[in-house]
Structures are given as structure tokens and as C-alpha cells.
Design a protein around this ligand. Sequence first.
Ligand code: SF4
Length: 467
Amino acid sequence: MAERNNVQVTPVQIEEQRSWMAQVRDMKERPRTYHIVTYGCQMNAHDSEKLAGMLEEMGLQPAEAREEADFVLFNTCCVRDNAERRALGNVTWLKEVRKQRPNLMIGVCGCMVQEPGMAEKLMKQYRFVDLAFGTSNLYRFPELFARAIEQRRPLVDVEEEDSIAEGLPVRRLRRDAAYLTIMYGCDNFCSYCIVPYVRGRERSRRMEDILREAQGLKDSGVKEIMLLGQNVNSYGKGSGTDFPTLLREIDALGIERIRFMTSHPKDLSDELIQAMADCRHVLPQFHLPVQSGNNEILRQMNRQYTREVYLNRVRSLREAVPGIGLSTDIIVGYPGETEAQFEDTLSLVDEVGYDSAFTFIYSPRTGTRAAGLPGQIPGEISTARIQRLIALQEKRQRERMARFMDQTERVLVEGLSKRSDRQVSGKGEHGISITFTGDETDIGQIVSVRITGQKNNTLLGERIQLA
Ligand code: SF4
């Protein structure tokens, strides 16, 4: 892979993109509506908010359904094979829609496009795609979009620069809660993971830019921010600052609720744990991916911690922040994983007692070290293992949730419950979904709720008035 450059996009370059936005807005023949289909993680969801912001600046309106839009953009993920296949399947389906609507424009962007060989594949096998671009040049979307409209033949643009762009328009999905990216990329090269290849090397935004954005969010009424990065714990590395310092600075702004993700266990310092305990607005919730409970598998995964170190970090977190909500990511069926090694994962899950866990069957990604390893685990074995893991996690989760009975949680209401329009739901401080009686007027409000029961992964409660 070619050497990548780390580039801070200049204000002049952002101005150039603004003038491309104005040019598109003035075009007579251009798409009027857009729909973005987003796959993958919160980073991608936030990228889609930036893309939507730029599209609206270019005069396009959002369309509810992709079939109705003049421009459909697929913001893709390539972390697992099925996410990639789903995205390509949906892109192909749209080719049929275009037979009825020849002016429909189709775009593909995000991690999948940045994957080695994917740009060529799109050009050869998906020639009906009008525009494809990666993650590094997202800030140049207005220019690429303008060119794609003008030239009316496929345009593919993938760069190898690891850019940081400030000052792009953003159309946020929620008014009460917002994503705030603090860093991009990853240097860890876990053996199974394609992210460092498609998102580039770690690079942190300047603290003053982050604080300005956080202050702006607070001023606009945002109650909760989620700080984002592939490995937030290494924020500022090599630049004289660090994540605990940033967390304390953001906390001092007085935003009501602050969360962050994702944290690599090897970089979880005592200073960060202390900052969590000290910061009034940082919520008692921590996502700490473990991936496996077996030391040999962790070594092969290049995770750079042991089971013992991980458990020690969990203990420290629980001592500093009693009752903290803990969640994790776990991969089963890593190449060569034996039954005994898998059982180490089960025993770790039992010992920790997570409030939630995202469990995955290992998915080989071309170009990563693990993809070429012998001992790939047959699907039926991985499936049986993940079922055992999920059953154990669900049991532990139910037991953990019992600690909230009769306790008060403050819930930021996200919307009406899926089951009833006389109920609302949102997340409590510990990151667990809570449902209670309410209506649309509660959406975006923080409500105190006494927990009265639990159903599946959700806590049930009733609103209370605090004295
Ligand atoms: S820390 Fe590991 S799993 Fe997470 S993004 Fe980086 S390489 Fe991937």
C-alpha cells in the first residue's frame, strides 16, 4: 500500500468547495432531491450528516424513499462481508429503477470504495454508478458531484490522503443529540480489521476546533454529544495533549450529557478513568471491545492486551464509577479458534457481566493478515458458538439489569416507542434503552424515570417528578 499523507484541509480549499456548492445550486439541469443510504458505524452515520449538509447547501431536498429521489447515495461499510454484499445488492437493484427513470443519479461512497481494488471493480462491473468516492476526499464531494452532473459519465475518485476538513455544512439527524468526531483513522492494525487500510492513519482534530464545535452544539440546544473516533483513547498522541484533557475541557463547557466511543483497552489509562469519575457531565457508560477472552487469540489478533489486563481495567472502571454501564464487541470463530479458546470467551463474558454486547462471526477481509491464516472455522461451528455466546450474554444482561429496579434514570427521549404511540423510549445515563408512558412532546427532553421492570434488552419505567 502506498505511503499516505496526513493533510489538514486549508480554509481556501473549503472555500473552493463552497463555490462548487453554489455552482450546483445554480445549475438548471440537476437533481432536486436526494436520499442517503447509510451502512455501518456511527462514524459513517456522521459522514452521512455531512454529505446531507453539503447536498442541502447545493439546493437538494431530502426524499423519504430512495425510489423517489433524483440522487441516491450509498455510504458504505466494508468491515464485514455481508455489509458489503448488501450495499452492492442494493446498488444493483437501483439499476432497475433507473430503467424507468433515466435521470436518476447513483453515487457510492465510504469505506468500501476506499478498499484496494474496489474503485476498479465499480468502474468495470457497476458502470451505471455515476459517482464513487472514498472517505479521504469526502470534503471534495461538491466538486465531484458538480463534475458528475456535467460530464454525464461515471466518475470515480479515490485519494490516499488522510485529511482533516473543518467547516463543512452538516445536517444533523437529531436536534437534541449530536455526533462529534474528535479523530480519524487507526494505527492498531488488528489482524482481522480493514479499518486502518480504508480510514488511514490516526489523526486528531485540533482541540480548539473540537471545543468550538461542542460550544456551538450546546448553544443550538444539543443536550447530548457522542465523541467519535476509531480509538478515542489515543486522541492527541504525539501532539502534547490527550483524551482525558479533552474530556475535561468539553465537560467544562456544561453540555448536559457526554458519551464517547470507541476505546481500545490497551490505551485505557488511569488518567482517563479518573477523568470519567471527575467529569460531571460524562455519563457512566463505557464501550470496551474485548473481542476474545483467550490470550493466544488476543495475541494473534494483535490486540496488545491480555485477558488479565482487560479484567483489571474493568475492575478499575467499576471502582472509579460504581454501577457503570459496560458494553463490548466480541468476535467468534477467529481462524484456528479451538473449543477451549472459545470457552475462555464465554467465561470472560460471565465474569464481566456486560450490559450489552455486539457479537459477530469472524468475517475474512481481503488484505488483512487474518484472511490468509489457515484454520478458517466452518460456518456451522461459528454459528453454534455465537448462539451459545448470545444465550449467555442475554442471561447475564437480564441479571445486570435487575440492579436498576426502583432506581431513577434520566432518559433523553429519542422518539415514540415502536410498539405503541402512547409510549416513548430513549437511553438512560448507563446507555440502556428505557420505555415509559409519554407522547411526542417528550421527544428531545430529559425525563426522570423510576425503573419498574424489564423486557428483553429494555428497561420499563414510570415518569417521576424530582423534588
Ligand atoms: S482498533 Fe483494531 S478493530 Fe478497532 S479500528 Fe483499529 S484496527 Fe480495527
